[in-house]
Design a protein around this ligand. Structure first.
Ligand code: ZN
Length: 271
């Protein structure tokens, strides 16, 4: 059954090549009640410009609930032609409060709480505040896509004779993980979770294209994603979701990082 959804987009993950659908991003957001929605698959770079949504922008879309393989609670298959943007992205003015009203409406207390919800009703998306983020771990990974992916991608391009101008999708040759703990008695304090936020890859390539070495680019990534985004004066929250192929694996798909409010900073110093 087709449903008409109104979604505030909050995360976009790295595009991943797929032999079946060209290249895909996982897009997620919340509805007006703050419930999470996943829109998948979307071939983002092939959308007409008028449909290329930004983060924190509302859109309307016709979609059907996934059945079969993707039984995750929030997953919808969008009719990409029906995507309509609604207004400009919500700005971060007022310390992100206009965003927080929707984004934090249904927040979870910890990753452990999300694991429990997953058991209960197949919850596969959420947002929570880590108690402490202690490190950002960077490790080299494959420099290029798996040969099968790449061949399929090239084949499809030739076949459909399209998008000659579109730059081929570049793979980031590093993987990034946050190490953190939660405010939860069940927490072992030792989470190490992959970061799939598209922005981390965008920043990496921006540095390299600007003349940085891969090492310098990684230093820049760490400076932004650890020192800035997880700074003590930030009220950092992680958007997380499960991976379709590995339902028990949760990854970080975005970050919400307003400043701590003046009152909570004052409290911190008093107690
Ligand atoms: Zn934990």
């Amino acid at each position: 059954m087709t449903e008409h959804l109104r979604v505030l987009i909050t995360v976009k993950t790295f595009p991943i090549p797929s032999s079946k659908y060209d290249e895909l991003v996982c897009t997620a957001g919340v509805n007006e009640q703050g419930d999470f929605v996943r829109l998948y698959p979307i071939n983002f770079r092939d959308l007409p410009f008028s449909q290329q949504y930004k983060k924190y922008q509302w859109l309307e879309v016709d979609a059907v609930k996934h059945t079969g393989r993707d039984s995750r609670k929030e997953s919808y298959r969008p009719d990409c032609d029906s995507i309509r943007l609604r207004g400009e992205p919500i700005s971060s003015r007022n310390n992100w409060e206009d965003r927080a009203r929707f984004v934090l409406a249904k927040q979870s207390g910890s990753i452990e709480e999300l694991y429990a919800k997953q058991e209960l009703d197949k919850t596969s998306l959420g947002i929570f505040r880590p108690k402490e983020v202690s490190d950002l771990i960077i490790a080299p990974t494959e420099a290029d896509w798996k040969p099968g992916f790449k061949a399929a991608l090239m084949q499809q391009r030739l076949w459909e004779n399209r998008r000659a101008s579109k730059e081929p999708l570049r793979k980031v040759p590093f993987k990034y993980q946050y190490r953190f703990s939660c405010e939860d008695v069940r927490c072992n304090g030792k989470h190490q979770m992959m970061i799939e936020d598209w922005e981390i890859g965008v920043l990496y390539w921006k540095c390299v294209d600007g003349g940085a070495t891969p090492q310098e680019a990684c230093d820049k990534v760490k400076q932004k994603f650890l020192e800035q985004i997880c700074a003590p004066e930030r009220d950092t929250h992680f958007y997380v979701g499960t991976v379709l192929a590995h339902p028990k694996s949760w990854v970080i798909i975005g970050i919400f990082w307003p400043r701590k409010s003046v009152s909570s900073l004052a409290q911190g110093s008093l107690f």
